[in-house]
Every structure is written in structure tokens, then in C-alpha cells.
Write a protein that binds this ligand. Structure first.
Ligand code: ADP
Ligand code: MG
Length: 720
């Protein structure tokens, strides 16, 4: 192993930058060239067909067979013209990532290239290898993928990819996208109804998402020399480097040239695929970076994020790099999140979370603003559940990451507005360059808005014209948290609409009815608001005092999906059935168990077969040295002390690994998946992982660097 480490380091020093050049000096020349989007469709479809497709997309309607045939034939011609030979339904199974099953356009029987509407609309991938949480085994053995026309087809390599949902034959959804689409439809309907209290012209409300993606980059050879990175996506051992993130010189610092070339390269690829990637800068930790696309409609933005992660992985290979999307690849350093910037925008172009100078629009803004806070307050447990993954457990509440307590940050200005609204008092008007917030109703004050008010420690923060759900993990599929967020807001808006209607039935004027209900909501949801340091211990205590939950692990967090209230909510909006919710939790728990099992094995294997033999060999050298010193009559106390320390750590590791194996044997016999997952969490991960790691990391400091088998943090984290 030590040999592998040094060979990798040698390779690292011999690496040359892989230069890349833009396909064209102007990005607009090639942006979206591999997307069968609106323009290629308009150009290749008969106007009537084109109109049918676009209106079906807008109104969430089904596309008929004749139209599908026309679209398939146009898409085939477009793709083949660009060199495509195959097509695939592209979907997002619950295992994470994306899945494909490629079919050739070439029909050997007919001797020509073919692509029928029926093949576009529906396919049957071999679904047996995808998890179904017991749905398929009990009901129907097969599943199918079905075209999602709201996300454009794209050409990836030589394959035409068709975004699809994945459903079992009995109709249960088996993927991340389906519940999202249903939640988006629900929020569209509910939000539009509320908007029409203000403006009858609004026919649709579209949810938008801009996911900022954090990631680490390491050299491919060093990655390969770390079996834990290969197997578990994170380092299970490793002492923090002397020069860590405490210096914060990496943040917004210059990007290492190899990474810079990699970034340029994947940006070109993303642009061709119509993914509007926009910013890049270094993150807090060394070797950590971020890519933020321009926001888009949620479903498209999420497909783009999934695709972008795939593109990044592939392009990294060309640069002998590995991208780590794991939420916590390096202990003690910043974790990686995927900040979900989210808002609701009307089809008339109004961002419902942007305050403006118009009084009417501001009451509209306040309506959505307050209802969103109320929704988070009401369904905090579900939001927490929606971001729960095994890997995110390592990140939440640890160095520079939001805690597992759900709260909302709104900034000093909006706090003042809400406080004032609650009290009916007045707020001073300050003049300056800042924007005014005028509400035009006696009871509501005018106030300055300061968009620069930021809090980076909150899991859910208002950032001037959008909310930023920062607790989402870097490797996660945004569809899961986005389905929950849009669903709970939809439900809350329904509640609001009904409450306002009741007030009006009692004779209240519409705007006053709205204000009355909002005022009530502000009071009721006050506890979810927190403006202080979310990373602090005080907040943990304060949150406990407020009765807020701080669920630290995934198996317990996802139980919220199965509460009575949650099942009712999901079923009412047709987002998921009770059975689907149960199946999904089952899948998640099974995946969790597998992950902890894998990590426990990696820890055991590395510790017993690599770390301990290395430590013993080094100890033997020290023993020789101690004996030599003794023969010369020189004091050898210090050496003997080190020998003893090493023995102590070896004992800790051996005992830990042995006990962990015994525990696993016991736990594996537990038949209930929930209980087995809890046991893996409490009795394996929590009990042994840190203890063993601590001993190994101490050995790393004691053993001769020349002998140490694992690539060290400082070697992996400081790329040039
Ligand atoms: P930060 O200061 O949080 O790092 P960035 O400017 O890097 O902010 O990223 C902000 C993200 O939010 C971008 O992806 C941007 O497109 C997105 N965004 C901006 N406005 C909206 C909106 N109305 N809805 C959703 N996302 C938005
Ligand atoms: Mg951000």
C-alpha cells in the first residue's frame, strides 16, 4: 500500500495540464446545440403539432399518439443528423444517479433507422435490478419508463436521451422525478388560485431552482490509492492537514491550473447541453469548488443538475481528476452541499418572492413570503426528512454546515416588517439608495429592503428575492427536497385560500382578509424563525427550548414521511400514496444499511490489513532502536513511551474492529428494516467509527511518513 501511495505521488508530480479550447469564441454559437429544445422543434414540426406539444407541456396534459409520432420522427432526424445512432430513456431511479438503456435506431428487420412515437412515449427497461421497496415483488414484476415532455431531449455522445419517469406496472412511481412533477403541478394549481386573488391574468405559477453545487477534486492516482474513497466515497481515516481551512486562503483564491482546465472543459460540455452553468470559485476548504447554474424551472433545473454531475465525472477523467460529490469526504473540513435556490414565478413574469415598489405586488409578495415560512414551520420534520441521506448525516451540524434543526432566516429588514405587521405598529422610514417597501395599507409599514443581508448558517434562508434551502447534500437528487418543499407550500397556500375565503364570507374586505390571515400566520410560525448563528451550541439549546427537533440521523429523520399528517398530505395532493411512501422509506433504509456495512468493512479491512501491520513494523524498528540505545547506556525512555503508545492504539483498533464484526452478526439477524437501520446507526457507526478512526489518526502522526500506507490529507488536498 505504501508503494501505491508513493507511486501515486510520483504520478501527481509528473502531471501536465490538459489544455482545452472553446468550441467557438462565442458561447452563443454552441449553447444548447445538443438539445432538442423549442427552436429545433419549431423548425422541424408542423406549426399545429408544435403548438399542441408546447400547450401540453404548459398545461400538464397528455400528448396524443399522432403528435408523439411526429415528435419522434423529428427528434430522430435531428439527432441522426448530428451523428446519433441510439436512443435511450433517461431516468432517475431511487438508487441515486441516472439510468439508461440504449436502443439502436437501426431496425434490422426493416433495414432502416426507425423511431416511433410509441418508443418515445414508453419503454420497458429491465427493471428488476432497480430498487422498489417491495412494490414490484408483491404486485407486478415489470415497470416502464414514460416520456416527460417538460424536459427537453438531448444528445449525449451518440445517444438521443429522453427524460422519463419510471413507474411500476401497478402504477406506483419508482423514481425521483415522478413525485416532483406531481408536486410542481400541485404548487402551480394552489399558487395560481392564490395569485388570482390579486391578478386574474395569472394562469400558471412556475417553481424555479438554481442549485449551487459544491464538490471536491482530487488527483485520480491518489483517489485510487485510497480504497475508502473508491468504496465509500469518503475517507474513513486521515489526519487533518497542518494547513487546513483555518487560513481560509482558499476561499475565492486562485484556482489551481489543472482544476481550472477541468472547469473550462466541463463548462463547454454543459453549455452544449444547454445547462446554463455560470459561476465558479473556490470554496472554504482546500480543493473544494462550486458551480452554480442560472436558475430554471425546477424539473429542468434538476435534470440539468443530474446531467451536469455526470458530465463532470466524465470530463474529470480526461484531466486525471476525480470529482467527489460526497457530503463529507474529509473529516474536519467543510462538507459539500447543494444549495437549492428556489422561488415561484408567475406566467406573467412576477417573481412572487421579490418585493417591489408597487403596493399590490407587495401584499402578493408578503402572502407568499409568510405562507412559505408557515409551511416550513408546519412541516419542518418533512423538510428535514427530505434531505436525509447517510452521507448528509456526516455534514449537517459539523464544520461550516447548517444544523439538522430546520429554521428560517429572513434578515433584519423582513423581521422588522413581520414584527410590525404582527403588532400593527409603525416602523420608521429611512431614506437612502435602498429600495422602499410600500404596502399601501394602513396597518402595514413601509420599510427599506436590504438585499445584502445574508446568513450562511441557516438551513433555509431568504436571500432577497428567493429562498435558499442550504441543507441539501451535494450528492443528493434535488427532486426529493424540491418535491417536499413545493408540496408543503401548495398545501399551505390552500389553507390560506380557505382561511381568506372564510374571512370574506364574514364580510371582510379582500385585502383586509388577507392581512388578517397573514398576521395570524406570522404569530403562529414565529418559532421557526431564527436570525442568529445556526452553527452555535446556543442555538441547539434555544431550539430545544422552543421544542424544535434536532434529528441527527437519517433512519430516524425519514420516519416523518410516514406520520399520519404526512401521508394525508401526500395523498391529498396526489404526490405519493401511502404504499409509495412506505416503499421509499424501505429503499432508503436498505441503502443506508448497505452503506454503513460497506464503510464498516472498509474500516475493518484497512485497519487490520494495512494500518496495524504498518504500525507493528514501525514498532519493531523502535524496539530495535530502544535495545540499541540501552546497549550504549543511553536513555531510551522516550522511545519506549512511543512503543507503548503505539501498542495502545493497536489494541483500540483491534478490539474495535473485532467487536464491530460481532455486532454486525447480531444486527444482521434483525428482520425489521427500521430496527436494523437504527442498530447499524447506533451500534456500529456511532459506537465504533470515530473510536477506530481516532486511534488510526493518532498512529498516522506517530509512524514514519515513509511507511504510512494511505495518501495523506495534505497530499490529496493541495493540487497545483
Ligand atoms: P450565493 O451568494 O448564494 O453563492 P450565487 O449567485 O452564487 O449566490 O447563486 C445564486 C443561485 O440562485 C444561482 O443559481 C441563481 O441562478 C439562483 N437564483 C437567482 N434568482 C433565483 C430565483 N428567483 N429562483 C431560483 N433561483 C434563483
Ligand atoms: Mg448560496
Amino acid at each position: 500500500m505504501a508503494i501505491l501511495r508513493f507511486e501515486a505521488l510520483k504520478k501527481l508530480h509528473e502531471r501536465n495540464a490538459v489544455t482545452v479550447s472553446s468550441p467557438s469564441p462565442k458561447v452563443s454559437d454552441f449553447f444548447g446545440e445538443n438539445v432538442f429544445g423549442t427552436e429545433p422543434m419549431r423548425a422541424s414540426l408542423a406549426p399545429a403539432v408544435f403548438k399542441k406539444v408546447t400547450s401540453a407541456i404548459k398545461n400538464h396534459e397528455k400528448i396524443d399518439e399522432v403528435t408523439a409520432d411526429a415528435v419522434a420522427s423529428a427528434a430522430k432526424a435531428w439527432a441522426m443528423n448530428k451523428g446519433a445512432t441510439h436512443f435511450t430513456h433517461w431516468f432517475q431511479p431511487m438508487t441515486g444517479g441516472t439510468a439508461e438503456k440504449h436502443d439502436s435506431f437501426f431496425d434490422a428487420l426493416a433495414g432502416i433507422e426507425k423511431f416511433k412515437g410509441s418508443e418515445l412515449v414508453q419503454q420497458e427497461p429491465d427493471a428488476s435490478s432497480f430498487p422498489s421497496g417491495g412494490i414490484r415483488s408483491t404486485f407486478e414484476a415489470r415497470g416502464y419508463t414514460a416520456w416527460d415532455p417538460t424536459s427537453p431531449m438531448f444528445l449525449y455522445g451518440k445517444t438521443l436521451c429522453i427524460p422519463t419517469i419510471f413507474v411500476s406496472y401497478t402504477g406506483e412511481t419508482l423514481d425521483a422525478k415522478s413525485p416532483l412533477l406531481k408536486a410542481l403541478k400541485s404548487v402551480d394549481v394552489s399558487a395560481t388560485r392564490v395569485c388570482q386573488l390579486f391578478d386574474k391574468d395569472i394562469q400558471h405559477v412556475i417553481a424555479s431552482l438554481g442549485p449551487e453545487q459544491e464538490y471536491f477534486v482530487v488527483d485520480e492516482a491518489l483517489f485510487t490509492a485510497r480504497p475508502d474513497l473508491v468504496m465509500a466515497g469518503r475517507t474513513v481515516f486521515g489526519h487533518a492537514p497542518a494547513r487546513g481551512q483555518q487560513m481560509e486562503d482558499h476561499y475565492f483564491g486562485s484556482i489551481p491550473s489543472r482544476v481550472y482546465d477541468f472547469m473550462k472543459d466541463f463548462e463547454f460540455e454543459c453549455w452544449k447541453l444547454g445547462i446554463p452553468v455560470r459561476t465558479r470559485h473556490n470554496e472554504v476548504a482546500p480543493s473544494q469548488f462550486e458551480v452554480a447554474p442560472l436558475f430554471e424551472e425546477v424539473n429542468v433545473a434538476n435534470d440539468h443538475n443530474q446531467l451536469m454531475m455526470d458530465v463532470m465525472g466524465r470530463v474529470a477523467e480526461r484531466h486525471n481528476l476525480k470529482v467527489l460529490f460526497h457530503e463529507k469526504p474529509f473529516a474536519g473540513l467543510n462538507g459539500s452541499g447543494k444549495h437549492n435556490n428556489w422561488s415561484l414565478i408567475t406566467d406573467t413574469g412576477i417573481n412572487l418572492y421579490a418585493p417591489s415598489s408597487s403596493a399590490r405586488d407587495n401584499l402578493l409578495f408578503l402572502t407568499f413570503f409568510v405562507n412559505t415560512i408557515k409551511a416550513v414551520h408546519q412541516y419542518a420534520d418533512l423538510l428535514r426528512a427530505s434531505i436525509a441521506t447517510a452521507a448528509n448525516d456526516f455534514r449537517l451540524g459539523a464544520n461550516e454546515a447548517p444544523p439538522a434543526i430546520m429554521s428560517v432566516f429572513i434578515g433584519a429588514q423582513m423581521t422588522a416588517v413581520l414584527d410590525e405587521m404582527e403588532k400593527k405598529g409603525n416602523v420608521k422610514i429611512e431614506k437612502g439608495d435602498n429600495m422602499y417597501m410600500k404596502l399601501g395599507i394602513d396597518q402595514i409599514p413601509e420599510i427599506i429592503l436590504d438585499a445584502t443581508d445574508r446568513n450562511r448558517t441557516s438551513p433555509f434562508a431568504f436571500t432577497g428575492n428567493k429562498f435558499e434551502f442550504r441543507a441539501v447534500g451535494a450528492s443528493d437528487n434535488c427532486a426529493t427536497p424540491m418535491a417536499v418543499l413545493n408540496l408543503i407550500v401548495a398545501e399551505q397556500l390552500d389553507q390560506f385560500y380557505d382561511a381568506v375565503s372564510r374571512e370574506m364570507e364574514k364580510g371582510a374586505e379582500k385585502r383586509l382578509a388577507i392581512v388578517t390571515v397573514l398576521r395570524k400566520y406570522i404569530k403562529e410560525s414565529k418559532d421557526i424563525r431564527f436570525e442568529g448563528d445556526g452553527y452555535s451550541d446556543e442555538w441547539v439549546k434555544e431550539a430545544a427550548r422552543r421544542g424544535m427537533k434536532n434529528i441527527k440521523n437519517m433512519p430516524r429523520a425519514i420516519e416523518a414521511y410516514l406520520s399520519k399528517e404526512s401521508i394525508k398530505l401526500f395523498e391529498k395532493h396526489g404526490v405519493m400514496s401511502h404504499k409509495e411512501l412506505e416503499a421509499r422509506n424501505e429503499i432508503r433504509l436498505e441503502a443506508y444499511i448497505k452503506r454503513v456495512q460497506i464503510e464498516a468493512r472498509v474500516i475493518g479491512d484497512l485497519a487490520m490489513n494495512h494500518i496495524i501491520p504498518t504500525a507493528i513494523a514501525y514498532q519493531n524498528k523502535l524496539i530495535q532502536n530502544a535495545n540499541g540505545l540501552k546497549g550504549l547506556g543511553v536513555d531510551n525512555k522516550a522511545v519506549i513511551q512511543t512503543i507503548k503508545e503505539i501498542s495502545g492504539h493497536i489494541d483500540t483498533i483491534k478490539n474495535g474492529v473485532r467487536q464491530m464484526i460481532e455486532e454486525r452478526k447480531r444486527i444482521n439477524k434483525i428482520t425489521d428494516t427500521h430496527k436494523r437501520a437504527f442498530a447499524y446507526c447506533d451500534d456500529i457507526k456511532e459506537k465504533y467509527f470515530d473510536e477506530i478512526r481516532d486511534a488510526v489518526d493518532k498512529l498516522e502522526l506517530l509512524v514514519d511518513d515513509e511507511d504510512w500506507p494511505l495518501a495523506k490529507y495534505r497530499e490529496m488536498l493541495f493540487l497545483r
